[in-house]
Design a protein around this ligand. Structure first.
Ligand SMILES: C[C@@]1(CC(=O)O)C2=NC(=C\c3[nH]c(c(CCC(=O)O)c3CC(=O)O)Cc3[nH]c(c(CC(=O)O)c3CCC(=O)O)/C=C3\N/C(=C\2)[C@@H](CCC(=O)O)[C@]3(C)CC(=O)O)/[C@H]1CCC(=O)O
Ligand SMILES: NC(=O)c1ccc[n+]([C@@H]2O[C@H](COP(=O)([O-])OP(=O)(O)OC[C@H]3O[C@@H](n4cnc5c(N)ncnc54)[C@H](O)[C@@H]3O)[C@@H](O)[C@H]2O)c1
Length: 260
């Protein structure tokens, strides 16, 4: 065994995860511009959001989220009782602060640590259990860029640069693959099928182009899945333009119209 056999450890990074907060209670202290960004990230992850801020301090976007997107509002300044469990025996999943009051921010952090709650205090890296990152979103695809506190603006620029290099249909292709994987698990649910299932699925992703994957219909999926048992991967053309299928399928639209 030599040092070249395994990846080199590069300490000083973050553990980047995709945290599941669906239907979980998250507390946001502050209702300004930074809070608005945090709230959008949370709603995109289907969290149940509660925001604490005097109404007079809410920015337009946060006001809009409260009125239209199910964000709960406590019209007050933060006090320690706000950290009490929102539902008996179900603590806050996360606590985020975005307030223009460093002393109050530090107090929230200390209280969160006493209560073992994970917290992010905007603007105070040492008082963060986790940092936010710059996120690109396209359907099921999310790409997060972090500079680990070195340059948040740089994170945004890198994110924009990466987004420009992606095919425009990547989100749609991934969505289709998700549907196909679900169907595959239905026809081959056994744990013992795992290695074959994963290998076959990987081959489909590699052999078919993104455009092929985007164009794959429900019917194509069923036909493609018939190749799973014999462990082959037909081409997109073999599946999509298969014999017995209408050579000129009607897609529900007309290429002409009559005006009477
Ligand atoms: C990525 C993003 C996500 C988000 O917030 O959702 C994010 N900050 C964003 C923007 C941004 N923030 C700031 C500027 C002004 C320009 C600049 O300073 O660069 C801009 C640019 C702008 O507003 O355009 C000021 C700032 N930020 C922090 C401090 C405190 C400090 O550094 O000590 C200061 C005051 C510094 C000072 O006083 O000088 C700290 C943090 N900001 C982080 C995340 C975490 C590290 C992420 C990383 O390193 O990658 C971390 C550590 C903690 C956290 O907040 O989680 C989002 C871009 C989203 C997007 O546009 O895509
Ligand atoms: N980490 C980052 O990415 C980043 C980027 C820019 C700014 N910031 C920092 O984040 C903080 C918030 O910035 P902003 O632009 O959203 O400020 P803002 O002035 O727009 O909003 C502050 C909000 O905090 C609320 N507030 C103040 N004290 C409160 C308390 N005790 N309890 C409840 N609510 C309270 C106000 O009502 C208001 O809604 C600032 O400290 C700013 O420097 C961080």
């Amino acid at each position: 065994m030599t040092s070249e056999d395994y990846p080199k450890v590069q300490g000083g990074g973050s553990l980047i995860l995709a945290w599941q907060v669906k239907n979980k209670n998250v507390l946001v202290v502050g209702g300004g511009e930074v809070a608005a960004g945090r709230i959008l990230n949370l709603l995109n992850a289907d969290a149940k959001v509660t925001v604490i801020s005097p109404t007079s301090g809410l920015n337009d976007e946060v006001r809009y989220r409260i009125q239209n997107d199910g964000v709960e509002h406590r019209d007050k300044l933060f006090d320690p009782s706000d950290l009490d469990d929102p539902v008996p025996n179900q603590p806050w999943s996360l606590v985020l602060t975005a307030i223009d009051d460093p002393e109050a921010s530090s107090q929230v952090w200390k209280l969160c640590k006493e209560r073992r709650l994970a917290a992010n205090i905007a603007d105070v890296p040492p008082e963060c259990d986790f940092y936010f990152g710059s996120v690109h979103r396209d359907g099921p695809l999310q790409i997060m860029v972090s500079t680990n506190g070195n340059g948040p603006k740089m994170a945004a620029l890198v994110r924009q640069r990466i987004a420009k290099t992606l095919p425009p249909n990547i989100g749609e292709a991934i969505q289709k693959v998700g549907a196909l994987r679900k169907k595959l698990r239905q026809i081959a649910p056994d744990i013992s099928e795992g290695p074959k299932r994963m290998k076959w699925m990987s081959r489909v992703c590699v052999d078919w182009s993104l455009e092929d994957l985007c164009e794959m219909s429900e019917e194509d999926m069923e036909v493609l899945l018939q190749s799973y048992a014999p462990d082959t991967v037909p081409t997109f053309d073999e599946v999509h333009f298969r014999e017995g299928r209408d050579s000129w399928p009607w897609d529900g639209s007309f290429g002409w119209s009559c005006v009477i």
